[in-house]
Design a protein around this ligand. Sequence first.
Ligand SMILES: Cc1ncc(COP(=O)(O)O)c(C=O)c1O
Length: 431
Amino acid sequence: MAVQTTPQQASEVPEGGFSGAALRADFPMYEVPTRSGKRLVFLDAAASAPKPRVVIDAIAETYAHHYANVHRGIYELSEDATSRFEGARQAVARFINAPSEREVVFVRNATEAINLVAYSWGRTNVGEGDRVVTTQLEHHANIVPWQQLCAEVGATLEYVAITDDGRLDMDDLRAKLEPREGRPPRLLAVAGVSNALGTINPVREIVRMAHDAGALALVDAAQSAPHMPVDVADIGCDFLAISGHKMLGPSGIGALWGRRELLEAMPPFMTGGSMIIRVSLEGAEWNSVPHKFEAGTPAIAEAIGWGAAIGYLENLGMERVREHERYLFTHAWEALSAIPGLRLLGPADPEIHAGVISMVMDEIHPHDVATIFDAEGVAVRAGHHCAQPVMLRYDIPATTRASFYVYNDLDDVEALAGAVRSARRVFGVGG
Ligand SMILES: Cc1ncc(COP(=O)(O)O)c(C=O)c1O
């Protein structure tokens, strides 16, 4: 796929980057008219990203010509489907620089990946009196499974505090990692990027701190892997969770990456077909990893579609994707900061803020803001973003969140700022 830049768009393209406007042609979603009749300005990738045609085609093509169950048949179609499905696993492994594709477990989404660790690793490695540490800026997916685990085994869950500008409080992290009665926490679970604040956490440093303290480290990369290079070898973590649907792939497919020796030692999460090598009336013997964790028929076409999404992103280059979003963020932050009565959450520094901007408008509820935005063709998310502890921290019920991706450009930034001004006019709180 060639990324074309026309001369008119040149001013919208960061040096060495690509044109978001040109990429929109790859996304059939943009062909659907909005009910307002306005141009669609899609700013909700953080919830779920649109799908480029290559992904839709890969899914359709799988169902049309390459579909059979995987790992089971010894006929041509099944072998074909299996090799495409396993090719997708290799693509995921390559994308996160996993040492081996056997460390990539297909699951439904990041939520399931984290639950897998909490149930399988957690129930065998965390016990009474132990501690698990997470942070206050996590998505519920990286909080509730640990709450459940700790409640069940009699462990304690602790949360690293966040600063007024939405960064993790590193002194508090250090304190939380200190041993208590000679015991370090068992695990530190942290997001690469906060979906509610946009903060990019220094995961490499955090993982090193966790390891130095004697804890394992899980990184929730649901919001980082789609938008910047994510390299498990470089981060040094023990587990990493990702969702396909947030990185241009289909919903219903995600992955847990885990260090091989940890996965080998963990008991299965779910049991049944495919995850065994032998079953008798007395019991069963587990398959090798990753299959031990993949009970039942997997999401075959979805995995293959995700492989196509990864190919699309690799073609753009993840460094360039990050650069593109940093560019849009910088312009958006500047434009929005100039609007009176608008509070922006998260750090102002573009080096540690991803392409996600959460805002609160004095006197106007985020749902009303989003409704007015919709009338302008601007699609954003309003709510607590499954991060209620973040809302509690800043004493707000919800935010309006705009999130950028590869198909956005400076016109979208301008439309966002224009929609904020419209909302303020409609509610009579200034222009
Ligand atoms: C940071 C983060 N973690 C985890 C999740 C859960 O992802 P999924 O719903 O795909 O399981 C999300 C989804 O918004 C997220 O933003």
